[in-house]
Design a protein around this ligand. Structure first.
Ligand code: OAD
Length: 234
């Protein structure tokens, strides 16, 4: 079976109703990224940051995977698929993808402030216990925090992601402006003879990039087009 690695960003979930970050009307027009998505912001005002992610989590209950997520999951019928996502939502999971690397963490999980990447500290939140509050404690007794990789923090899953990308026979990039490193650097590890498909309705400014095929459509329509094309070659 050929291996496909799918790299996704906020545009993957846009058609489900979750705002992207950098498009017009995106989240970073409404909030200062350094306040709500950096480790410095969290140290300065943990309550603000915890509440920001409580709101994001509540929104997640109101949305569903879109056709694009479903088709990414359906690729598993024909290919060995790994999804490497920058998204913290659980829409790839709910759509049925079984092999997902969440580079920037997961909204539906909480962890300890002292050791955020210690697996024994990570807990799953549930619809009936969605919110984190000041004073909630992780197993190690430190303040419970969202399981999100913030600006200024290491990205522990990046090495696993690089390994997957290096084995890709085909790479699909969906809905990311490729502004944020190290995720943005992953495309450089795609083997030279493996094709790269980009699905994004806008032009994406990729630097130092090899040729790629741009399907200039949204995630759902773009995946419909690509799915049929790839099925023939599997
Ligand atoms: P961006 O908001 O930077 O980019 C979203 C991309 O999705 C853009 O290229 C859009 O053109 C594209 N897009 C918009 N609508 C689309 C649709 N319907 N279908 C497909 N693509 C569409 O989001 P990311 O690149 O994911 O990190 O941002 C990367 C990281 O920056 C995020 O993980 C987050 C953010 O700050 C943290 O918070 C740590």
């Amino acid at each position: 079976m050929k291996k496909i690695v799918v790299l996704t960003g906020a545009g993957m979930s846009a058609e489900s109703g979750i705002n992207t970050f950098r498009d017009s009307g995106g989240l970073w027009e409404q909030y200062r990224v350094e306040d709500v998505a950096s480790i410095e912001g969290y140290i300065r005002n943990p309550e603000l940051v915890i509440n920001f992610y409580n709101e994001r989590r509540k929104q997640l209950l109101t949305v569903k995977p879109n056709r694009g997520h479903e088709l990414v999951a359906a690729l598993e019928r024909y290919f060995d698929v790994t999804v490497v996502t920058q998204n913290v939502d659980d829409l790839h999971v709910r759509a049925g993808s079984t092999n997902i690397i969440h580079l920037h963490g997961e909204l539906m999980k909480a962890t300890s402030t002292r050791s955020p990447n210690d697996p024994t500290q990570i807990q799953t939140l549930t619809p009936d216990r969605m919110e984190i509050h000041m004073g909630d404690k992780a197993a190690d007794g430190s303040q419970l925090r969202p399981f999100i990789v913030w600006f200024g923090e290491a990205v522990p899953k990046i090495e696993d992601a690089v390994e997957e990308v290096m084995q890709a026979d085909i790479c699909i990039v969906i809905g990311t402006s490729l502004n944020v490193y190290p995720a943005a650097g992953l495309v450089r590890y795609v083997p030279e003879d493996s094709p790269i498909y980009l699905i994004d309705p806008a032009d994406v400014a990729w630097t130092a990039m090899r040729p790629y095929t741009h399907i200039k459509k949204g995630a759902s329509a773009g995946m419909e087009e690509l799915f049929d094309k790839l099925k023939v070659h599997c």
